[in-house]
Design a protein around this ligand. Structure first.
Ligand SMILES: [Cu+2]
Length: 128
């Protein structure tokens, strides 16, 4: 994906080994840093896996973390160019970074990891 000139990209760190867990408006979260990322509408987010093993960052419907496991195997494939349209980083190998995703509509977007949702590897993006 080629970003427009002057595009602002916020990188969310993906690391279940090092990033602390904590409370967020959507519930208890872990594995991403920040656990609640605030971005301005019209900017982009991307996910950088700095861990030693694979993760995903995959959209979850709703605005609080569901108790039941929310993903299908589709999470393992990269999809989605906008937060509002749903997205997945796909399976991000250690040391890799996802495609940028446009923060197109204000709101709270929750997401989590296909492999470690129960850890609880999940977080939120708040678009203003
Ligand atoms: Cu994970």
């Amino acid at each position: 994906m080629v970003l427009p000139a002057g595009a602002i990209v916020t990188t969310i760190d993906v690391n279940l080994t090092l990033n602390p867990s904590g409370a967020t408006p959507a519930g208890t979260a872990a594995g991403y840093r920040p656990l609640a990322t605030s971005v301005v509408r019209g900017t982009y987010v991307q996910f950088a896996n700095t861990d030693g093993f694979a993760h995903t960052a995959t959209a979850i419907a709703g605005s609080t973390y569901p108790a039941a496991y929310p993903f299908t195997n589709a999470a393992l494939n990269a999809s989605g160019a906008t937060l509002s349209g749903g997205f997945s980083s796909g399976s991000l190998a250690a040391g890799t970074t996802s495609a940028p995703i446009l923060a197109d509509v204000a709101g709270r977007y929750i997401y989590g990891c296909f492999y470690h949702y129960g850890t609880p590897m999940r977080a939120e993006i708040d678009v203003h």
